[in-house]
Design a protein around this ligand. Structure first.
Ligand code: UD1
Length: 418
């Protein structure tokens, strides 16, 4: 296992290129199973989660070829419909396989994904949606089986605009007979990217990005070529890193509209955030406290909450952060406290009294975004910070330490001592 050793105190300066979005890549890779041909996906980030998804697709019978930044998936011989439990546990996103395999083979068996560090993550909305399309769902011995050779279009109303449920239902409905409506659908940009990929394959989907998605079932799908959108969470992470280190950073390959919820808060905190060409320029002096409420897109992303909390730990004044999406997403708080942050938790709310400086300490990444938040804290802390369990961070950030080093940060990766 690897750890990061960071010496804080250097403002980040320079240019960083943002990779393709992890959360768009994973469902798009799964969706390629729908088409009995070869799809090419570009701007694929080199991440642990992407490698796990490749492994799952191969086990299902697809041939997967990785090139630099791209991935070719030949799904002609896909025949297996059971995802082994160890891979389901490795990555929650393996759940996307359900909609795709059900659509392609009419049957899928996956183990029930357990809880995770950010709280319980049920799949009831996924299953209700698939059942509404006519799939027979059986849950036994920790496994879920969905079967339905002849899915039919339906009207699905989600109790909550779940990103994963919206994407799974979209995939299953592409080849269903008749028209499906998903109401109260998730509006995240990654849902729009999935729609665009599926439509290039010949699907007939309209409305992604709004709360009603209409899917007219088609009988045939064709191979397609697609470039994944830039990662708005990686971009947001670098924007926050630039602002909290009082740096001067230009981020290339960003869709400014997607990062606007973060940009608006950074401006409110006193940073300068400007769209320049195909990128974003961030500069800042000491930031002021701001309040944050996480919400579905276009609200403030829950995936930016831990990083933002690290930033607010050293802002001037008192901030309140309310986490509305995942009940247990405050695992980073104890670790930030070890570094001198003054944070109190009361239910879904965190109250942060900004301190002048954090101090370097040994801390542990409990999940992907909590882990990167500790790296950001290390960048501004006095002395040395050691972040253990970096494998969580590797799930979602391509070459994080190289990118930070290029911006002047003092960070290195070493093997964790046993
Ligand atoms: C996706 C993102 C994740 C992000 C999250 C919220 C991917 C691969 N992951 O996760 O990074 O943090 O959106 O923006 O895209 N829920 C239910 N029942 C369900 C499904 C969800 O109750 O069947 C609840 C969850 O427990 C959670 C909320 O809905 O409280 C949001 O979850 P959801 O939007 O589904 O997140 P994911 O798709 O898992």
């Amino acid at each position: 296992m690897d750890r990061f050793i960071i010496t804080g105190g250097t403002p980040l300066k320079g240019t960083v290129r943002i990779a393709g979005a992890k959360n768009a890549t994973l469902p798009i890779m799964a969706a390629s199973l729908l088409c009995p041909g070869t799809c090419q996906i570009n701007e694929v980030p080199d991440l642990r989660d992407v490698r796990v998804m490749c492994e799952i697709l191969q086990l299902m019978g697809a041939q997967v070829e990785r090139g630099k930044g791209c991935c070719r998936i030949d799904a002609r011989n896909v025949a297996a419909c059971e995802v082994p439990e160890n891979l389901m546990r490795e990555m929650r996103s393996s759940i996307f396989i359900m909609g795709a395999l059900l659509g392609r083979l009419g049957k899928v068996k996956v183990s029930y994904p357990g809880g995770c560090a950010i709280g319980p993550r049920p799949i009831d909305l996924h299953l209700k949606g698939l059942a509404a399309l006519g799939a027979k769902i059986t849950e036994k011995h920790g496994y879920v089986v969905a079967e339905g050779k002849e899915l039919r279009g339906s009207d699905v109303h989600l109790d909550f605009p779940s990103v994963g449920a919206t994407e799974n239902i979209m995939m299953a409905a592409v080849c269903a007979r008749g028209v499906t409506f998903i109401r109260n659908a998730a509006k995240e940009p990654e849902v729009v990217d999935l729609q665009n990929f599926l439509n290039k394959m010949g699907a007939k989907i309209r409305g992604a990005g709004t709360d009603t998605i209409k899917i007219e079932g088609v009988t045939d799908l064709y191979p397609s070529n697609h470039s994944v959108i830039p990662d708005r969470i990686e971009a947001g992470t670098f924007m926050v890193a630039a602002a909290m280190t009082q740096g001067d950073v230009y981020l290339e390959n960003v869709i400014a509209e997607h990062t606007e919820p973060v940009a608006a808060k950074l401006r409110e905190a006193g940073a300068e955030v400007e769209t320049v060409g195909e990128g974003i320029h961030v500069t800042a002096r000491r930031l002021q406290a701001v309040d944050i409420k996480t919400l579905p897109y276009p609200g403030y992303p829950t995936d930016m909450q831990p990083q933002t909390m690290a930033m607010l730990s050293i802002a001037e004044g008192t901030s309140v952060v309310i986490e509305n999406i995942f009940v247990n997403r405050f695992k980073h708080v104890d670790e930030l406290r070890r570094m001198g942050a003054q944070i109190k938790i009361e239910g879904r709310a965190a109250v942060i009294h900004g301190v002048e400086r954090l101090s370097g300490a040994c801390v542990e990444a409990s999940d992907l975004r909590a882990g990167v938040a500790l790296v950001l804290a290390g960048l501004v802390a006095d002395g040395q910070t050691v972040v253990d369990h970096v494998y969580h961070i590797d799930r979602g950030y391509e070459g994080l330490e190289e990118k930070l080093k290029k911006l002047g940060a003092q960070i290195r990766r070493v093997q964790e001592a046993r």
